[in-house]
Design a protein around this ligand. Sequence first.
Ligand SMILES: [Zn+2]
Length: 185
Amino acid sequence: MSTSETITYKIGKCPCGKGSVVKTVVSQDNPWSSADVSNHIECSRCCSEWDLNHSGDRLTLRSSTIPSQKASKTRMEATHDLDTYIRDLTAKYFEGQNFKTKKAEHEYLIQLGIATGSYRTYLQDRKRSPMHRVGYPRKNEAFVNQLVATYGDKIQYQTLLTAVADADTAYLAASAKIVRHDVKP
Ligand SMILES: [Zn+2]
C-alpha cells in the first residue's frame, strides 16, 4: 500500500490582499512517482475574478482579456476575408493555365514561391483541396498584385488590406490593456 504526503504553502498574496496564492505538493511514498504540484488562489473574490497561470507566478484579470479576445476574432475574420478574396482570384488564374500533371502544378507553385512542401505533401493536399487552396498565394506579393489588376478590384483589395492592418493595431492595443498581477512573496 502506498501513502502520500501533501504539503501546502503560501507563495504570495492575492491581488485584493485578503487571501493568498498557494502551492500544493503531493508526493507519493515511493521512488518512482514524481510529485504532483498545483497552484491555486485561496480567496473567494480573487478566485472568481483572476486566472492563475500554470507556474503560479502570474495572475490575469479575466474581464480585462475580453476586448483582446474580441479583437483577435475580428483579426482572424479580416485575415480570412483577405485570404478568401486572393484565393478566389488565384482560382480564376489557374483555370486559364493548362497544367498537364500534378507534378507540373507543384513545380509551378514552387516557382511562384506559393508552395514550399515536397511533391509528396502536395499530392496529399490535392486529394483534399483544389489547387488554389494549397500553399499561400499571399507569399508572392507581385503575383497577388498582378491577380488583382487582372481579375480583381484594386479598391476592394485595398479595403481588405486596411481591415487586416486596422484589426492588427486594435488587437495590439487591446492586448496591452490586459491587467496582470505578479505573485510575490
Ligand atoms: Zn483576494
